[in-house]
Design a protein around this ligand. Structure first.
Ligand code: ADP
Ligand code: MG
Length: 240
């Protein structure tokens, strides 16, 4: 589903990603862990074309997304991203947050969009909040709305950038439960996270990133119980 080869990204002289290559199959859940400042967010942003890669190739469902002729908005719709800071539209109700994209970009009729939105709010346990505004919600609720809004666009891949880092500890599990559910339902996901227990449970593979490279990758049992390389060992021992 995703084929990334020799991806690099520089900000001026700063080389943030170096020769990153990975293939992701449909239905895989990939967790990305590693120290801060090592390029994890930049990696997701390059996949979603929020940052323009400096080199390499990204092919998604057979489409070379770095081709100058690629339909960037269409690519972004298929590959929605959930951010640490929710990024909800503050001036819109929860319902309008969920229907805006489908009505404007997918040409879904309003009635159908609202029906779908209610189903998605049920899925994330927030059907009763349809008419609330974002500032009336807790952090965990906001993030669940953000996930529902993402799903409303019917993505085939979801990119999560530290979806629980801005939350009080009491709210982390309600958000992780929604992501676990998506994993069970077969959604293809790349998840940057510091929640190690969650990453171990939910992932088909874990990427340990360090200084702009995928330093070690493997099944969760390898990365968390039996890391093969020196810096992975140090990191895992520190976060355990
Ligand atoms: P992580 O998500 O692993 O913490 P980031 O991808 O956010 O790391 O950042 C990696 C490096 O790239 C950092 O040194 C950061 O300061 C730098 N960086 C990120 N975005 C930009 C930008 N827009 N301009 C310049 N430097 C950036
Ligand atoms: Mg980051």
């Amino acid at each position: 589903m995703i084929q990334i080869k020799h991806l690099s990204k520089k900000f001026g002289a700063l080389e943030v990603l170096r020769d990153v290559s990975i293939t992701v199959r449909k239905g895989e859940v990939i967790s990305i862990i590693g120290p801060s400042g090592t390029g994890k967010s930049t990696f997701l942003r390059c996949i979603n074309l929020l940052d323009r890669p400096s080199g390499g190739s990204i092919v998604i469902n057979g489409v070379d997304i770095l081709d100058p002729k690629a339909d960037v908005p269409a690519i972004r719709r298929k590959m929605n991203m959930v951010f640490q800071s929710f990024n909800l539209y503050q001036h819109l109700s929860v319902m309008d947050n969920l229907t805006l994209g489908p009505v404007k970009l997918l040409q879904t009729g309003r009635q159908e969009a609202e029906k779908k939105a209610l189903e998605l709010l049920k899925l994330v346990g927030l059907a009763e909040k349809a008419d609330s505004f974002p500032d009336e919600l807790s952090g965990g609720q906001k993030q669940r709305v953000a996930i529902a809004r993402c799903l409303a666009m019917e993505p085939s891949i979801i990119l999560f950038d530290e979806p629980t880092s801005a939350l009080d500890p009491t709210m982390v599990s309600e958000v992780l439960a929604v992501i676990r559910r998506l994993a069970r339902d077969g959604m293809t996901m790349l998840i940057v996270t510091h929640e190690m227990k969650f990453a171990r449970d939910v992932s088909s593979r874990v990427l340990y990133m360090d200084e702009g490279v995928i330093y070690e990758e493997g099944p969760p049992e390898q990365i968390f119980d039996n890391p093969q390389k020196e810096r992975t060992k140090i990191f895992i021992n520190r976060v355990r």
